[in-house]
Design a protein around this ligand. Sequence first.
Ligand SMILES: C[S@@+](CC[C@H](N)C(=O)[O-])C[C@H]1O[C@@H](n2cnc3c(N)ncnc32)[C@H](O)[C@@H]1O
Length: 366
Amino acid sequence: MRAHNVMEDIVSKYLDEMFSMRFDICTCDICRQDVMAYVLTRLSPKYVTGDSGAVNTLMEQVRAEQSSLVLKEIVNAVRLISEHPRHQKGQDHEEAYQLLMKQIKIDRGADFSQYRDRVLKRRIALRMRAHEVKSYSEYLQVLIHTPEEYEHLFEVLTINVSSFFRDKSVWDQLRDEVFPEIIRAKRAQHGLKKIRIWSAGCSHGEEPYSLAILLYELLENDDAGIRVEIIGTDIDKECLRQAEKGRYGLESMKGMSPHYLRRFFIAVKDEFQVVPHVQAMVKFKDCNLITDPGIDAVDMVICRNVFIYFNRSLQEHLIMKYYDALNKDGFFVMGNSENLLGEARHVFKVIDSMHRIYQKIETKRR
Ligand SMILES: C[S@@+](CC[C@H](N)C(=O)[O-])C[C@H]1O[C@@H](n2cnc3c(N)ncnc32)[C@H](O)[C@@H]1O
């Protein structure tokens, strides 16, 4: 019986895992072979003769004893080979990626050219891993032959994680400082008094419903006749369909206080339904922030955890689009890790830097 080097299986398995996660190195077959060969010359072979049981036992043993050494060698080899690949550096990988993005645009009209490559590549790697393919060209073939894959791809590209009152202290600040100011200003107005808010990139609607809950409580005993209209928009139509239903599982409810839960939700089996009077305060609309006009004449734009996808110039452009959408003295709220960029730094005043709350300054722009 032929002796089998289990080190080859171990290295190959680690490489599969690593190559399916990495988007910053070339994962073509040539580079994979080179990494494999380099690593195997640096590790002592572990031969076994026998059936698959014997192979597995030795593999487990070697893995337990040598996994950190093997990983160290793989990391070194990957660095070395990706710096000096046998083919022209970066070309195959990057060209295939550009081709893939072009095809997505042709097939589905979705233009991700202004999204950050790093984010996109990390997310596409998840789908490549699901299909056990190692290169962008192979993944392109998957999309061509199984168009249903587009649904899964878009799901990961426009990740929709959200929850009610996400980052609680932001919402405390809105309730205690910002909304009372908006309400005071509306009371002083003549004629129709309406607070209009745009929740841009609202996912399944947790954010616009959180706004509605706060405003409902602040206004329920107010006799100034102030009406509220909250418009949640997103590019993802499936998200919006769910948002309209207003029914949520436990995952979305993790920031919810028992008080709000009792007052504004009805338990339906293991889910929670937003009460009709809060639901009536919110409308949903399909809107691609990059290409569609958006919502106008609003007192607040809240756009949190959406900018991460976009490159800097698109972020700058969008913030100014929100500026234009805002009424006089309107508020703009961003996510905790997002920042005002470019011209926006001069046309918004900082209300609360920690919670990324800003207010429009009137300029000659309008
Ligand atoms: C992480 S969620 C943020 C949800 C919510 N704002 C929050 O902070 O909890 C990001 C949302 O942005 C949406 N999105 C991504 N690109 C978009 C675009 N070009 N136009 C509109 N929405 C977009 C996604 O579909 C997703 O629902």
